[in-house]
Ligand binder design. Structure first.
Ligand code: RFL
Ligand code: PHB
Length: 400
């Protein structure tokens, strides 16, 4: 691929945020260049999120990126909360006016969007590392990047920093304020070649710590265990992982966890983080570049999709009608949704995890909240409404 030097929207990062933004803009005739520091194989294999909200599914489908998702995605109408030796199901459609979520791995969303982009020939440059962003107070900002052993400059109208939590885009934002919470635990996540032992996700509260049973396909399970922060994977043999999972998922009357070969494993720290504002001049932040949530609410990928849907519709109005109101409102509109998701993710995380040296008072509060959620339709509806996600504005305009 030739190294591009001029475009309308320069997008840093080919994660879900950058790829979806590029897709939404290209199909409405706005030129983009996507720069990605890693190689294609790495980006397509990175194991991360697995739950798509209804709004994320809607935007992928309406923009022509839902073909494989429709064939392979698994619609889930509920989750189970497991605690005190019992399971309690939360039904989504009956509590949210018919909404649900879809199990479809982030790796598959990324593969679908990369394939679509390469088919159209729109520039997507792998192993192109953005080094810095300048000129964001002018109408021709620039991204300096390294590719093929040389430095290049990409000049554009607008820069979208979709370069994740460790990216460089956020650093170019002057006067940003950050809000952060680091939790005193991590998740050990595994991928295993074994059919899921359940039809729906199980979020388990246990005195040893939280556990989550998720899945990728009818043949592949994804499971998580709460572990101490920065836990060394070497401490966890396969047998120990399966034993601990079985202990945390055990219920009165018995329940069997099927085991199989573990094909991927990793430890993820838990963090909440928000940068404000998400825009300065011609620089816009989207996705993990601007905010991180702990994964307990399954919101990270969905927030990234929501940000770029909002941003794409604002850019479309600007290019097409010269209307700047969407761009001016982007940061405040995105942050409203971000803080709702931050609160929900914090709520789910605090309700389900056991802090080191947990105060017995805290444990009683967690169990009170869990029992209330299982018993009260109002409490269950609040969890369900947040889990399936708020409707996404702007989809109809973008995909018309
Ligand atoms: P991404 O996916 O991190 O993509 C950013 C991309 O930018 C590239 N990049 C650069 N490219 C060019 N120049 C530079 N200087 C660059 N710096 C970085 C990176 O290589 C990368 O390809 O961010 P995006 O697109 O905002 O998407 C967000 C989601 O990926 C994220 O919210 C979720 O995956 C979070 N997350 C999870 N969310 C869930 O809802 N459920 C989960 O189970 C879940 N597990 C996870 C996760 C995030 C993890 N990370 C970030 C460590 C597990 C992990 C391990
Ligand atoms: C996953 O399938 O990876 C997953 C599902 C739900 C979560 C977090 C991760 O809350």
């Amino acid at each position: 691929m030739a190294t591009p030097h001029r475009t309308q929207v320069a997008i840093i990062g080919a994660g879900p945020a950058g790829l979806l933004l590029g897709h939404l803009l290209q199909r409405r005739g706005i030129d983009t260049v996507v720069l990605e520091s890693r190689g294609r194989a790495y980006v397509e294999r990175r194991q991360r999120a697995g739950i798509l909200e209804q709004g994320t599914v809607d935007v992928l489908r309406a923009s022509g990126a839902g073909e494989r998702l429709d064939r392979r995605g698994l619609r889930h109408d509920g989750i189970e909360l497991r605690f005190d030796g019992e399971g309690h199901r939360i039904d989504f459609p009956s509590l949210t006016g018919g909404r649900s979520v879809t199990v479809y791995a982030q790796t598959e969303v990324v593969k679908d969007l990369i394939a679509l982009r390469l088919e159209t020939g729109a520039p997507l440059v792998f192993e192109a590392e953005a080094l810095d962003v300048t000129g964001i107070d002018t109408d021709a900002p620039q991204v300096r990047y390294r590719h093929g052993g040389r430095e290049h400059v990409l000049t554009c109208d607008v820069v979208a920093a979709c370069d994740g939590f460790h990216g460089i885009g956020r650093r170019a934002l002057p006067n940003a304020r950050t809000f952060e919470r680091v939790y005193p635990y991590s998740w050990l996540g595994i991928l295993a070649d074994v059919a899921p032992s359940c039809d729906e996700l199980i979020y388990a509260h246990h005195p040893n710590g939280f556990a989550l049973h998720s899945m990728r396909t009818p043949e592949i399970s994804r499971l998580y265990l709460q572990v101490p922060p920065d836990e060394d994977l070497a401490n966890w043999s396969d047998a120990r992982i399966w034993d601990e999972l079985a202990t945390r998922f055990a219920i009165d009357g018995g329940w069997k966890l099927d085991t199989g070969p573990i094909t991927d494993r990793g430890v993820t720290p838990m963090r909440s983080f928000v940068t404000e504002p998400m825009r300065h001049g011609r620089l816009f932040l989207a996705g993990d570049a601007a905010h991180i949530v702990p994964p307990t609410g399954a919101k990270g990928l969905n927030l990234a999709a929501a940000d770029v849907t909002l941003l794409a519709s604002a850019l479309l109005r600007w290019y097409r009608d010269g209307d700047e109101t969407g761009l001016d409102g982007y940061s405040a509109d995105a942050l409203n949704r971000v803080w709702r998701a931050e609160q929900f993710s914090y709520f789910m995380t605090s309700m389900l995890h056991v802090a080191p040296e947990q105060d017995p008072f805290e444990l009683k509060l967690q169990l009170a909240q869990l029992h209330y959620t299982a018993r009260s339709e109002a409490a269950a509806a609040s969890l369900a409404e947040n889990y399936v996600g708020l409707p996404l504005p702007g989809v109809a305009e973008l995909t018309a």
